[in-house]
Ligand binder design. Structure first.
Ligand code: FPP
Length: 255
């Protein structure tokens, strides 16, 4: 599926200078169902095109120099969908791993899963673990697949581990909590994109996204192409990130 740097395709130039590019971009890939409905197609087709689009966007992101991508593929709340659709989403991840893993590996993508492995069918769990092990030393692009992921659940899990580890109360601060999250060794997302016009985080990276720039577009995920990504990055480049400080401080100290 993914050709992060395709052999014969022209490179997509980064739309921003390197020091302005987001290192970590997270995406809520929403609108597959509505995309299909608008075309009189079954929802499965929306997910199929959505999966194809992931290939396109990962390619573009790799070429533009984005280092970390986190995608929301299945939330803890998605278990409430009709069983056939839940099964289909499990199957999609399995197929993506089966068909694309070697190419992803060759292209230097490090695959990571964030979320609860418990609850996912055993065969898929094994595939996810194997894929992570195979690609663990790759460094071209880190791809976090949030699957059976919920932000509140992630925080509860972190608190449990902190207590289990017997961390003294006076050592518990924001840095420590961050380290106990799935993304503990990664920078927070600079930019969170949500497609399909909704204006919610939907339990996605709720701790890590505290200072992320949010970008929403009405485009449904299957139609969110390279140009749409470029637009999102250009908009990000126009934002002033202040992290709670004043403009004057930012100018003086830089950030
Ligand atoms: C939202 O569309 C999308 C999802 C629930 C996730 C599906 C994501 C993909 C198929 C991309 C690749 C997936 C993996 C596992 C790597 P929706 O069904 O919520 O759309 P709607 O809100 O229009 O009904």
């Amino acid at each position: 599926m993914v050709a992060i740097v395709p052999d014969h395709a022209p490179m997509l130039p980064a739309p921003l200078p390197p020091d302005k590019m987001p290192r970590h971009v997270a995406i809520i890939m929403d609108g597959n169902g509505r995309w299909a409905k608008a075309r009189g197609l079954p929802r499965a087709e929306g997910h199929r095109y959505g999966t194809e689009n992931l290939r396109r966007i990962l390619n573009a992101a790799g070429q533009m120099g984005i280092q970390i991508m986190t995608i929301y593929a299945f939330s803890t709340e998605n278990w409430g969908r009709p069983p056939a659709e839940v099964q289909m989403l499990m199957r999609i991840l399995e197929t993506v791993i089966e068909r694309e893993l070697l190419e992803l590996h060759q292209k230097g993508v490090q695959l990571r899963h964030i979320g609860e492995l418990d609850g996912i069918p055993a065969r898929l769990q094994r595939k996810i673990r194997d894929a992570m092990e195979l690609t663990q030393n790759n460094d071209k692009l880190i791809l976090n697949i949030a699957f059976n992921y919920g932000g509140r659940n992630e925080i509860v899990r972190a608190v449990r581990h902190i207590v289990e580890d017997g961390v003294p109360v006076d050592r518990i601060d924001e840095k420590l909590v961050s380290r106990y999250l799935y993304t503990g060794d990664l920078p927070d997302p600079d930019l969170i994109i949500r497609t399909s016009g909704e204006l919610r985080l939907s339990n996605f990276l709720i701790w890590q996204g505290a200072y992320s720039e949010l970008y929403a577009t009405p485009i449904y995920w299957p139609d969110f192409d390279e140009n749409a990504l470029r637009e999102a990055l250009l908009e990000y480049g126009r934002r002033k990130r202040r992290f709670g400080k004043t403009d004057e401080q930012i100018e003086r100290e830089g950030l």
